[in-house]
Design a protein around this ligand. Structure first.
Ligand code: AMP
Length: 288
């Protein structure tokens, strides 16, 4: 496994691998790697034969007052974990200077996917997805992948990036990997470490509430107002949960659905604060 840190070295390596006929797969991460990330690396192996894992805490996707400075940075442990599980040919660790030569504040070129960021996380984190799409575009240009792998845990991110790839004719296939969870259902996240023991004990309520909503849909409930109400009520059973959003949206345009379609897919998504820690989770439900 080789580690590369400049855009030029990464491009040269990727070009050589492409010339050798390899199928390149990129797994973008912000580090602090856990089982969820490692599942992406495993999935990547099924989609190609040259895997690059990028580790970059991207400043432009954090808003003012968000946790860019506090975001966990555990590079040595991350490299050891990747080495131990195997499966990655390259670890790409660009510096902020490499990706934003004039500094993040001087970036003047942005990739924006309109409409899909109007709800869910996009409504509460202005500029976040523009930072994500822009940095992923940079990663695509540096790593030149045929395929890129993302977690379904960040469902809005995955759907926005798919749309970017389609709208810009990137010719890169985006693969979505199911969410990896703790035994009690809590989605693995780099931010779980910030939960107090009391908050950690309550945090499985996100997935429990999502599962209950999925069950209600399967049971025939089609009124989204009633579904959202039930979802909120369930989340509210955790005394320290502060709901940021709880929504049902369609998976094309990410707009709230008023009545469920008779056939098709709906995304049920929540964001909940426990203290200063913000957790998100979701389920994709095929409406029977
Ligand atoms: P992050 O480092 O948090 O930006 O995440 C990097 C990638 O890992 C994203 O595509 C995430 O959706 C994905 N990811 C994060 N947590 C999980 C999880 N619990 N299960 C599966 N994928 C995940």
């Amino acid at each position: 496994m080789q580690r590369l840190s400049t855009v030029q070295a990464m491009q040269q390596e990727a070009d050589a691998a492409r010339s050798a006929g390899r199928r390149l797969v990129l797994v973008p991460t912000m580090g602090a790697l856990h089982e969820g990330h490692l599942a992406l690396v495993q999935a990547a192996r099924h989609h190609g034969d040259h895997v690059t894992v990028s580790i970059f805490v991207n400043p432009t996707q954090f808003g003012p007052g968000e946790d860019f400075e506090q975001y966990p940075r555990t590079l040595e442990a991350d490299l050891a974990a990747l080495q131990a599980v195997g499966g990655a040919e390259v670890v790409f660790t660009p510096t902020v200077e490499a990706f934003y030569p004039d500094g993040p504040a001087m970036q003047r070129t942005w990739v924006t996917v309109t409409e899909l960021d109007a709800h869910l996380c996009g409504a509460h984190r202005p500029g976040h997805f523009q930072g994500v799409t822009t940095v992923v575009a940079k990663l695509f240009h540096a790593c030149r992948p045929h395929v890129a792998v993302f977690g379904r845990k960040d469902a809005q991110q995955l759907l926005i990036l798919r749309r970017m790839a389609r709208d810009l004719n990137l010719g890169i296939e985006l693969v979505g990997v199911p969410t990896v969870r703790e035994p009690d259902g809590l989605a693995r996240s780099s931010r779980n470490r910030f939960l107090s023991p009391a908050e950690r004990a309550q945090a499985p309520v996100l997935y429990q509430a999502l599962q209950a909503t999925e069950g209600a849909i399967r049971g025939g409930e089609r009124r989204t107002e009633a579904l959202v109400e039930g979802l909120r009520r369930h989340l509210g059973t955790a005394p320290d949960a502060r709901i940021q959003y709880a929504s049902l949206v369609d998976t094309e345009r990410l707009q709230p659905v008023e009545t469920l379609p008779l056939h098709g897919e709906v995304l049920v998504a929540v964001a909940v604060y426990f203290g200063a820690t913000r957790l998100i989770d979701n389920v994709f439900v095929q409406v029977p």
